[in-house]
Design a protein around this ligand. Structure first.
Ligand SMILES: Cc1cc2nc3c(=O)[nH]c(=O)nc-3n(C[C@H](O)[C@H](O)[C@H](O)COP(=O)(O)OP(=O)(O)OC[C@H]3O[C@@H](n4cnc5c(N)ncnc54)[C@H](O)[C@@H]3O)c2cc1C
Length: 354
């Protein structure tokens, strides 16, 4: 089949890779100047994501379908990564939920919810202090800790590059600097032309929102997609040896730390109902860093090397949606779970297509 894909973010690259590899003729359209990591402007949320693959922890706000897609994706990622041809950091060493003594109430609520929602074998496991010390010797001052043994992490920037590289190697063609204004079954409309395909995919994330006051059903995604602001901070802390992603359960903010190769730690992320893409606020910076420092005091000497803001594409129920008709597939609403669920969602969608 001749396939057109609008959007070269996480979903666009994964679809391009899978479809080109399956022998289809694939063309991808995106306003970005190229496949490389962005240096500014508006770009895919996929670049900014911390890359936590946390089906159980995400059950706090997601449903059983996201959990199941997450588990399946955890099975799929190693095979995908192994066939990309470029290195991508991927680990499955579990993740930790932590709480300070005074925050036990907030932590208890989350842990009880996860105990209730997670299937047997995936529930949080309470850790004794000695076990925690063995797992993560650099953590200090933590009163309560739980292990989520099946969770993982992926280096999102490496994966974005590697997916584009592998899709190109499989024959996918890219139209960079190309904004898609409208999609119809079998058609992609750009400012320059209308192109015909056997099937088109709309995976434009927040860019899929229809212009205001249009009644054209093909102008954009309904129900309305919105962007949810997220801010992250990159630290360089080669003297801190974290082995796995960590979430601090706190009454006011959710904070996570994700170690990355090269001595980096990604600290995230705010979740703000706003489409403001401006740089990180002082408040978010202070809250995120103070929380991180409270569990790893050695971070005091870390260097803040990068901060970033982006928008998570979300639908009103904050759940992923796939809409399919002959010649047109729309996938959107991956919200804060994109890396967690994308491989399984793409697998399911392509199975339904055939
Ligand atoms: C701060 C932050 C932290 C996150 N952390 C995690 C995490 O730890 N784990 C996890 O699983 N998920 C995480 N996510 C969520 C994840 O990044 C998203 O769910 C995922 O990127 C959504 O994928 P997508 O392909 O739908 O959209 P995107 O990755 O945003 O890609 C959309 C693409 O469409 C393109 N586009 C837009 N408009 C047009 C147009 N008109 N024509 C053509 N192309 C267009 C854009 O340029 C972009 O390339 C995080 C997100 C953020 C912002």
């Amino acid at each position: 089949m001749h396939i057109g894909i609008a959007g070269a973010g996480l979903l666009g690259r994964l679809l391009a890779f899978q479809l080109a590899r399956a022998g289809h003729s694939v063309e991808v359209f995106d306003p970005a100047p190229g496949p490389q990591a962005p240096t500014g402007g508006v770009y895919a949320a996929g670049w900014t994501a911390a890359g936590m693959l946390s089906p159980t922890a995400e059950l706090e706000s997601a449903d059983e379908n996201v959990f199941a897609l997450g588990l399946r994706s955890l099975e799929l990622w190693p095979t995908i990564v192994a066939s990309l041809g470029l290195p991508v950091e991927l680990h499955r060493r579990g993740s930790l939920l932590l709480a300070h003594r005074g925050d036990q109430g907030a932590a208890r609520r989350v842990v009880d919810l996860l105990l209730h929602k997670a299937p047997a074998g995936h529930a949080p496991q309470l850790l004794q202090a000695a076990t925690l010390k063995d797992l993560e010797p650099d953590l200090h001052g933590v009163a309560h800790a739980w292990l989520l043994p099946h969770e993982g992490q992926i280096h999102t920037m490496q994966a974005m590059l590697a997916l584009a590289h592998a899709a190109s190697a499989a024959g996918a063609r890219w139209h960079w600097g190309s904004t898609v204004d409208r999609l119809r079954p079998g058609e992609i409309h750009t400012a320059q032309s209308v192109l015909a395909f056997d099937c088109v995919f709309d995976v434009r994330g927040t860019g899929a929102r229809p212009p205001a006051n249009t009644s054209d059903p093909y102008a954009g995604y309904t129900p309305r997609v919105r962007g949810v602001r997220g801010e992250i901070i990159w630290l360089h802390a080669p003297h801190v040896a974290l082995q796995r992603p960590i979430r601090l359960l706190h009454p006011r903010h959710r904070v996570y730390l994700v170690p990355r190769e090269g001595g980096h730690i990604v600290i995230g992320a705010s979740e703000i109902e706003s489409e403001d893409r401006s740089p990180i606020s002082l408040r978010s910076m202070v809250e995120l860093l103070a929380a991180a420092h409270s569990i790893i005091p050695e971070l005091a000497e870390a260097r803040v090397v990068h901060t970033e803001t982006n928008l998570r594409p979300a639908l009103p129920d904050n759940l992923p949606h796939v809409e399919q008709e002959a010649g047109l597939v729309r996938i959107n609403g991956l919200f804060r779970h994109g890396w967690l669920i994308a491989p399984a969602l793409v697998e399911q969608t392509l199975q339904n297509l055939t």
